[in-house]
Unconditional design. Structure first.
Length: 271
């Protein structure tokens, strides 16, 4: 089996963002049919996106996600509100991370109790919808130490940052870099095309490559076309599509075994 895989990951799934993704998901399904293999998707679900409506109250979104689960897709908890409600930043570093890098680092400044309360609310929404617990991805991949501690005490199997997946509860890292665009303006889309080409060359030998899509990417032809063409390119070049959970369950154990073997060889005395 080819050991190179990719995960198609849709961020910020909520009742108001599903219309952005609908056409793209249909195009991905058609691509899979044309190439003779299904392309599973990892959906990063925000239970109450910006406080504008809970997923469990949306019959439309629940029907969509229930159907995708039945097909073998994965649902992952992605924050709770996906907005930063913490007190104003006090340091230059925090100001940069929370006001320039992003305004949506919901879990960047939370202590253990605050993070745990939001995680529990997210788990409760998944339970109400009958969705399985799996991974957790913090908005913008930003997590405080308190968030890390809260995750270790809850039934999540993994979390991530832009470059790695981490098995929980121990935060054991596995290489899994992401390609991501910033598509909100023409100059950002142009820069994203250049940066993503560099990232693709840099990460082409990674065992798992994550494609991190956002709703805004779907609103502009350059970014929409880029993602669809990249998925087709990866398939034609031998990368196999898997959800993150499937990769962790079925492929990552082999990597762990390989790492142990390399370490054993390294530690073995010379003849």
């Amino acid at each position: 089996m080819d050991k190179r895989h990719f995960s198609l990951v849709l961020h910020d799934i909520a009742p108001e963002t599903w219309p952005d993704y609908r056409g793209f998901v249909e195009a991905i399904d058609r691509l899979g049919e044309r190439l003779g293999q299904r392309i599973p998707i990892t959906w990063l679900v925000v239970p109450n996106f910006h406080g504008r409506g809970e997923c469990r109250e949306s019959d439309t979104l629940r029907r969509v996600l229930d159907a995708r689960l039945a097909l073998g897709d994965e649902l992952t908890l992605h924050g709770y509100y996906h907005r930063d409600d913490a007190p104003a930043p006090r340091s230059l570093r925090d100001y940069y991370m929370r006001r320039i890098y992003t305004w949506e680092g919901e879990f960047y400044a939370l202590d253990r109790d605050q993070a745990g309360a939001l995680l529990d609310e997210g788990l409760a929404q998944f339970d109400a919808c009958g969705w399985p617990h799996g991974g957790f991805v913090a908005p913008a991949w930003l997590m405080s130490q308190g968030t890390r501690q809260a995750l270790q005490a809850r039934p999540f199997s993994y979390t991530s940052d832009p470059q790695q997946l981490y098995r929980l509860p121990g935060f054991a890292p596995l290489e899994a870099p992401s390609i991501v665009w910033s598509a909100r303006s023409a100059w950002r889309r142009g820069m994203s095309r250049v940066v993503s080409a560099i990232q693709y060359r840099r990460f082409q030998h990674a065992p798992l490559l994550r494609l991190a899509l956002h709703p805004v990417d779907m609103r502009y032809k350059p970014s929409y076309d880029y993602w669809l063409q990249l998925v087709e390119h990866l398939l034609e070049n031998g990368r196999q599509p898997l959800t993150k959970r499937t990769w962790l369950d079925h492929e990552a154990p082999d990597l762990a075994t390989d790492d142990l073997a390399r370490q054993a060889n390294k530690d073995r005395p010379a003849a």
